[in-house]
Design a protein around this ligand. Structure first.
Ligand code: ATP
Length: 458
């Protein structure tokens, strides 16, 4: 990992914001938490859903060559023999003879325990899959595994999907779901969890076009992060060396993000060749080939796999969005989250708590919430309420004031620039929709006017 950039957010500050504002909590916190398991709170669950929605939209909704899938977490145990996970999904571990902590052998410098300085054992292989039992009897024959990746569910459904969708090569499947790994080295907040979510594509292609599709996916996936606001200087592509390549991969690139602890993998894109279909055909006894009508022959497609983590993406989006500046002479913390990802899109803020403003404000709130995640906040000064929304990344605040009762107009304030416009209530929803889709704030609806230039500074 490279040296962290000085300009980046401090992880401790981000963790504190996430806990304080209800994005992410330690799992079962009242019992002291469970190592590397996290709960997404009211705002976190919105962020996470928005990340998944943006991904699904880009890879399924807006393409006609990918279909969705939702396979079960528990799969036939033979799956993991075929995939190589039972044999190969292992990390060499060393254990401290004094304090009994276990460490990944490749991450310990020297031959002493990093915690207590005790003597370490020889490395032993440790399988990362969680084991459990199906049915009432805990015996060898009933062992099943919590899937360590979503990919296998798509490989084993290759035939079902070809037969039911009439998809021809090249085509893909996309899946979002939980995966479980009994990770040894954990930490760095939600970067490495034992229970996490993946967003994976398995894209099936003719072998001679694999390189072209691999390049396509490296570019597509890098652009997705940039489109959603990740600064390009915080992203890099890293090619796996021959020694590092997984047993199934012909070529692999990581999209790395510059996290506070340094550069680390955000998504992996691999050319898996025909490994998976060949293995599952061998272990299941089913033919998983594809009839190529042009060549008039059966072929085994190659697979290009872009595999991303939902939790790691959330962490990267949060790190990239975190900022501190000065607004109207006051220091503020803000999240520059892309509007598609922001948990709350609009906040309705009556200027005062006086009874007279409540009915109109609540009417606007009731109308807007049918279209966007909207919050109503009338507690404390307007300045404090703006700060609260900035800190959770709400792109727009709508202020209802006494003049609104006379002229039926309200003010829209933009989070990042602090610019404000005044618009007729009748135009409000349409205007917000356009701004959330990226229209400049100062493009005015009929009857709208510029209210205030922005004054944010570093
Ligand atoms: P790492 O080297 O960081 O352990 P990996 O190469 O094992 O990751 P893959 O098996 O390629 O990861 O998984 C694809 C994606 O799933 C990763 O890029 C990451 O975003 C996510 N991911 C993998 N393991 C974890 C985990 N323990 N916690 C959170 N996300 C994970």
């Amino acid at each position: 990992m490279a040296e962290p950039s000085a300009a980046m957010v401090d992880m401790a500050k981000l963790v504190s914001l996430c806990q304080r504002r209800g994005f992410i909590f330690p799992s079962s916190e009242i019992y002291g938490g469970l190592s590397s398991c996290w709960d997404y709170g009211p705002l976190g669950v919105e962020l996470k859903q928005n990340v998944k929605r943006a991904w699904w939209r880009a890879v399924v909704q807006e393409r006609d060559d990918i279909v969705g899938l939702d396979a079960s977490i528990l799969m036939h145990p033979r799956t993991w023999e075929a995939s190589g996970h039972l044999e190969g999904f292992t990390d060499p571990l060393v254990e401290c003879k004094s304090c009994h902590l276990r460490w990944r052998a490749d991450e310990v410098k020297g031959d002493k325990c990093p915690s207590c300085g005790g003597e370490l054992t020889e490395p032993q292989l440790f399988n990362l899959m969680f084991k459990t039992f199906i049915g009432p009897v805990e015996e060898q024959a009933s062992i099943v595994y919590l899937r360590p990746e979503t990919a296998q569910g798509m490989f084993v459904n290759f035939e079902n999907v070809v037969n039911t969708t009439r998809k021809r090569l090249p085509f893909g499947m996309a899946q979002i779901g939980k995966a479980f790994r009994n990770e040894i080295t954990t930490g760095n907040f939600i970067f490495r969890c034992r229970e996490f979510e993946q967003m994976e594509i398995e894209f099936f292609v003719k072998p001679d076009s694999a390189k072209q599709w691999f390049d396509h996916w490296v570019e597509e996936r890098s652009n997705w992060y940039k489109k959603l606001g990740i600064k390009k200087e915080n992203l890099r592509l890293r090619e796996h060396s021959k020694e590092e390549l997984a047993h199934y991969a012909k070529e692999c690139y990581d999209i790395d993000y510059l996290f506070p602890m340094g550069w680390a993998e955000l998504e992996g894109i691999a050319n898996r060749g025909d490994f998976d279909l060949v293995q599952h055909a061998k272990f299941s006894g089913k033919s998983l080939s594809y009839y190529d009508e042009e060549a008039k022959e059966h072929i085994t497609p190659y697979i290009i796999e872009p595999s991303a983590g939902v939790d790691r993406s959330c962490l990267a989006f949060l790190c990239d969005a975190y900022d501190e500046d000065v607004a109207d002479g006051e220091a503020r913390v803000l999240l520059h989250l892309h509007p598609d990802l922001a948990p709350i899109k609009v906040a309705i803020l009556p200027l005062s708590r006086k009874e007279t403003l409540a009915p109109l404000s609540k009417e606007i709130y009731a109308d807007l919430r049918r279209s966007f995640m909207t919050q109503y906040d009338d507690a404390q000064s307007i300045g404090r309420r703006y700060r609260r929304q900035d800190e959770i990344g709400t792109p727009f605040c709508v202020t209802v004031d006494f003049q609104s009762l006379e002229d039926n107009q309200v003010t829209i304030r933009e989070r990042d620039s602090l610019r404000q416009i005044r618009v007729p209530i009748a135009e409000l929803k349409k205007t917000l929709q356009a701004k959330l889709e990226g229209e400049d704030l100062f493009v005015l609806p009929p009857g709208g006017k510029i209210w205030k230039e922005g004054k944010a500074s570093k």
